[in-house]
Design a protein around this ligand. Sequence first.
Ligand code: PRP
Ligand code: ADE
Length: 200
Amino acid sequence: MDVLDVPANRQKGWYLSLMAPNTKGPAFAWLDPSRLYCNPQALADCVKDLLSPFDSDTIDLVAGIDAMGFILGASVASTLGKGFLAIRKAGHLCVATQSQNYTDYTGKEKTMEVRVDVLKPGVRVLLVDQWIETGGTMKAAIQLVERLGATVVGVAAVAIENTEGGKWVKENYKFSHCIPEELQSQIDQKYLNSFKSFDQ
Ligand SMILES: O=P(O)(O)OC[C@H]1O[C@H](OP(=O)(O)OP(=O)(O)O)[C@H](O)[C@@H]1O
Ligand SMILES: Nc1ncnc2[nH]cnc12
């Protein structure tokens, strides 16, 4: 699929093929959704899918996680007409922060942080990230938001894998993702059959 192609009939998740190919390697994630964000119709449909379960929820602010969660989260915020808060990997903010340690799919210890003067009791936050694999990153973001007293309205990501952590998110928070039900098991196995033709 060429980057700017839009099919005449936009079926659920049509834009996911922009994430091809399946990629193998210990040092990086398996799919790269960043090409999805290059196609304006794909990005708009992805954001619409992520927002649809939250149609009747009050959301004051969208928070996105460094780095790819910034792109998707800012698009979600702009579609909603709300502001966007960056939850950053540690070491970049020149203001008072709250920080949270976590481990993600790489197995490495990491720290994320957020400035302390935005989130407070009464603020209803939609958390957005590109992907949830082990759930370590999203759980840390949830903890940060809640430690500052704000409320997590829900969690949105292109995909939420059915790992222990992914299931924890789904069981404890309202959530949205872009994966049609019939593809979820392939996401969990980290291989999309429809991407075979893109593989080398
Ligand atoms: O569920 P987990 O196992 O915690 O993994 C999920 C995280 O991994 C990816 O980001 P990554 O840190 O690879 O980098 P990027 O957003 O900076 O590309 C993804 O966008 C999530 O933030
Ligand atoms: N973009 C991504 N694709 C697949 N698995 C991931 N795990 C974390 N980020 C991922």
